[in-house]
Design a protein. Structure first.
Length: 254
């Protein structure tokens, strides 16, 4: 079923705040599972990833809701005659706010410390459980912002799949940015560059007439290659090859 809404029942400000609170709650749920119950992150997030869509279907009675209100469409479209798409402004503002929080406060250092070694961070006085929990809450809020932009782009039936498989793009952006998926030091700008790279990859695949439902396969291959290149086994193998090459060169010189 489908439901089309042409006017707001309540203020859009209330709706946005409610959406961000709901996303923060989802992040808190994942954070509780990981930080407090020590469930493996991939498993913990997979629980809500699987159940979340089911909960959303219950809330909407299984119907797709189209909000055809111009002021809401602006979030995923354009503001007036501005040639720059609004999502770009959302992205720039979000990145700047997160960058300032990570660089101008101690949170960025705390997150890296816990990511590198949670036990050592706890021994030096950091509340690693709370830091992990807070990180997941922040992640939930950021996902909520992305969700608001994505939902404003659902104008018609051909936009039903907006938002699907974005988790793969998020993982790929982080990996392409040179960040270790196991945690530790990270680069926010690297992830931004990774996101642009993914978009370029997606656009290129579309130009090559690759179907939308086949895109995750190609992206998954890229993720596997990146994770393999980052693995300790591969690094040791490359280091071994370099050592053999240097020995061979020295032997040849003698």
């Amino acid at each position: 079923g489908q439901v089309s809404v042409n006017e707001y029942q309540n203020s859009i400000i209330i709706a946005v705040i409610a959406a961000l609170l709901a996303s923060a709650l989802c992040g808190a749920f994942n954070g509780f599972l990981v930080a407090k119950l020590n469930i493996q992150p991939m498993v913990a997030t997979l629980i809500l990833y699987t159940a979340g869509r089911g909960i959303a279907q219950l809330v909407t009675n299984g119907q797709i809701t189209y909000i055809r209100v111009d002021s809401f469409k602006m979030a995923g479209g354009y503001i007036g005659k501005c040639p720059i798409p609004t999502p770009i402004f959302f992205a720039i503002i979000t990145v700047l706010v997160v960058y300032l929080i990570l660089k101008k406060t101690a949170l960025g250092l705390y997150i890296e410390s816990v990511g590198i070694n949670g036990k050592a961070a706890r021994l030096v006085g950091l509340n690693s459980t709370m830091i992990k929990f807070l990180t997941y809450v922040i992640c939930g809020v950021l996902a909520g912002i992305a969700g608001i932009v994505a939902s404003s782009r659902i104008y018609s039936a051909d936009a039903n799949n907006i938002g699907l498989n974005l988790e793969m793009d998020a993982i790929l952006a982080v990996a392409l940015g040179g960040n270790f998926l196991g945690g530790g030091k990270f680069s926010l700008i690297g992830s931004v560059i990774g996101a642009y790279t993914i978009q370029a990859l997606t656009t290129t695949l579309y130009a090559m007439n690759v179907k939308a439902d086949q895109l995750p396969v190609y992206k998954a291959i890229v993720v596997v290659i990146i994770v393999t290149l980052q693995s300790d086994v591969f690094k040791k193998y490359i280091a071994g090859l370099k050592a053999k090459k240097s020995v061979a060169v020295e032997g040849g010189q003698k």
